[in-house]
Design a protein around this ligand. Sequence first.
Ligand code: CO
Length: 176
Amino acid sequence: MIADVLIYGSRILRQHSEEVVNNNKLEELINTLFETLGKKGGIGLAAPQIGELKRIFVMDTSPLDDEKVEKFKRVVINPVILATSIETVKYSEGCLSIPDIWEEVERPKEIEVRYLDESFKTVKRKLTGTEARIFQHEFDHLAGILFIDKIHPLRKVMIAGKLKSLAQKAKKHHQR
Ligand code: CO
């Protein structure tokens, strides 16, 4: 199933998600997340973006045409960031919930994480590069944080008009 992606202005995008419990509805949610992400051509999608306040997100780097980026598809459930590097990197980010806005965000270069995979098996890994970047962006969604919260204050002023019109459009469509 392809779900509607909530757009900036939705109150759901600002809420905290709850821990996922393993049940028979989980597979359906995972499929919906991957199908919706594929349709929109994004590389990461968190459950709250489709209105499900659950601590789960998916990543799929297949739309990236950079040969240097490893191709992977991953399901991340109940994630924890255990450690972050002091070294940071800047990278231009976008978000399916904030269409047509791309801004540079500074984040730790490497992170150490723990999460459950699609079979509810505990995974502990060190991430770097694109995967660390997507992971941190999606992880933030689970706490109601959006990438525009982390951009330079001057840039935020520059895009304030665009954000306002996104929120107004969302309201007009009676978005939750
Ligand atoms: Co996003």
